[in-house]
Design a protein around this ligand. Structure first.
Ligand code: UDX
Ligand code: UDX
Length: 458
């Protein structure tokens, strides 16, 4: 079969895999190949057990794999054959040298750019899919043209706004698709080629085009705004706990103002995930780099409140349980950074588990999808930790339950049964405010929600 276009994606991760599966699904006329340096990951994408859990992903991959979606480790061949190359390699926070702990580590990015330059034999459109510091396209262009050859490259920015757990829905029905390009004839042409891909299923009015720097920056700013909302509401939970105000009522009262909006105002034990912290720190670093220290401090506050919220949660457990956790058994209900994913990157549960272990508590961790990652995250930590998938078995004999992830299944657990099997007095710390606190109190639990008065029997 001959295809209208060859699309390549370098990086078969949480973003690259599902995004390319959706393009292949919606555009049977294109051949989409996803390559990765990690052969195990590619083998998983080619198996029945995909490397990531995302509702709806299996079906889309099954429908397209071998038809017009291919997973491979042959990066050089992929580059040669493709007209459009999406780059979706990871851009973690730098752990060394200048900007350590803040700036984006662009080593994989640069390596990929050099590899494209060395293999390309014809014109390519290079699409920045990874989240990058503003002005990365300029560096990319310099690397791509740093060797004497006639190949022409157009770099465009097309950041991905999908959230984990809803990736397929977000890809199928996005609020917007953003495409930034150079404002030259060739830049506009490259931009239009990308627009053409998305118009296969996204209404034209939702495809936004901009200059390339705005597009790069918008992704960082979108994540900064979203996490700022969570830190804003979480900062108020601390005040609610001191004043008997109820954060759910406050969030509703504030969020019904249409200028504010009601989304992303769920108080929590803190935000996690691979993007929020990394991207805000990246923004902070950029501001400092340009000498904008006030702007940097403003955004840094979002991360500071998030750290404070996680610490506060542990301190609340400690003080509620009579200031000692030594030898007490605590069940962490959930470990993923949010529901409907097995991903645990930057999950607040990691920080909280470590702190509880420092207090010499014994941990039982349960999660429907994230136990394998939890084991990896806590590997090598000295302390008593067990991993049990069944929540009833996990909470059996525990002194306390701490809700870390808002899994739907936790809302309908038989808490009378759980209460009977627990050590008394039994505690519940609801880090997501998903449970029926009044009912739990009636059952006999001492209940500690986030940003609401606690309900205790003593
Ligand atoms: C992506 C983006 O790249 C990141 O910038 C954004 O902020 C979030 O989404 P993600 O897909 O979550 O990251 O990363 P990950 O799941 O780690 O996938 C990256 C993949 O790239 C990995 O499979 C890795 O093996 C691969 N990779 C990395 C390469 O193929 N080549 C490299 O040189 C480096
Ligand atoms: C985020 C952005 O939403 C997405 O657009 C971007 O492309 C990548 O980063 P993701 O990290 O997958 O997506 O999940 P998201 O739903 O944004 O949640 C991030 C964290 O915030 C989770 O830990 C979640 O539990 C927490 N959260 C979210 C809250 O604590 N309260 C809320 O109201 C919403």
């Amino acid at each position: 079969m001959t295809f209208k276009k060859n699309i390549l994606c370098i990086g078969a991760g949480y973003v690259g895999g599902p995004t390319m599966a959706m393009i292949a699904y919606k555009c049977p006329q294109y051949k989409v190949t996803v390559v990765d340096t990690n052969p195990t990951r590619i083998a998983e994408w080619n198996s029945d057990d995909l490397p990531i859990y995302e509702p709806g992903l299996d079906e889309i991959v099954k429908a397209t794999r071998g038809r017009n979606l291919f997973f491979s480790t042959e990066i050089e061949r992929g580059i040669k054959e493709a007209e459009i190359i999406f780059v979706s390699v990871n851009t973690p926070t730098k752990t060394f040298g200048a900007g350590a702990g803040m700036a984006a580590d662009l080593q994989y990015w640069e390596k990929t750019a050099s590899q494209i330059r060395n293999c390309a034999e014809s014109h390519k459109i290079i699409v920045e899919k990874s989240t990058l510091p503003v002005k990365t396209a300029l560096a990319m262009e310099r690397i791509l043209t740093s060797q004497e050859n006639d190949t022409h490259f157009d770099v465009v920015s097309n950041p991905e706004f999908l959230a984990e757990g809803t990736a397929i829905k977000d890809l199928e029905d996005p609020d917007r698709v953003l495409i930034g390009s150079r404002e030259t004839q060739s830049g506009f042409k490259a931009r239009d080629e990308l627009v053409e891909i998305y118009t296969n299923w996204v209404p034209k009015e939702r495809i936004i085009t901009s200059n390339i720097w705005s597009s790069e920056l918008s992704k960082l700013v979108a994540n900064a705004f979203l996490s700022q909302r969570i830190s804003s509401i979480n900062s108020i939970t601390a005040l609610c706990e001191k004043t008997e105000a109820d954060i759910t009522e406050v969030a509703k009262a504030v969020g019904t103002d249409s200028r504010v909006g009601n989304k992303f105002l769920n108080a929590s034990v803190g935000f996690g995930g691979s993007c929020f912290k990394k991207d805000i720190l990246n923004l902070v670093y950029l501001c400092r780099h340009y000498g904008l220290n006030e702007v940097a401090s403003y955004w840094e506050g979002v991360v500071r409140i998030n750290e404070y919220q996680k610490e506060r949660f542990v301190l609340n457990i400690l003080s509620a349980m009579f200031n000692t956790l030594a030898g007490k058994k605590i069940c962490l209900l959930g470990f993923a950074f949010k529901a409907n994913t097995g991903d645990t990157r930057e999950s607040p549960a990691i920080f909280i588990a470590k702190k509880l272990i420092e207090e010499k508590a014994e941990l039982v961790i349960t999660d429907p999808e994230a136990l394998n990652n939890a084991r990896i995250d806590l590997d090598g930590i000295e302390g008593k930790i067990s991993y049990i998938e069944d929540p009833y078995e996990a909470s059996d004999g525990c002194d306390a339950i701490a809700v870390m992830t808002e899994w739907e299944i936790y809302k309908s657990l038989d808490f009378e049964k759980i209460y009977r099997s627990m050590f008394k007095p039994a505690f519940i710390f609801d880090g997501r405010n998903i449970l029926d606190h009044k009912r739990l109190f009636e059952i006999g639990f001492n209940v500690f929600p986030i940003g609401k008065p606690s309900l205790t029997h003593f």
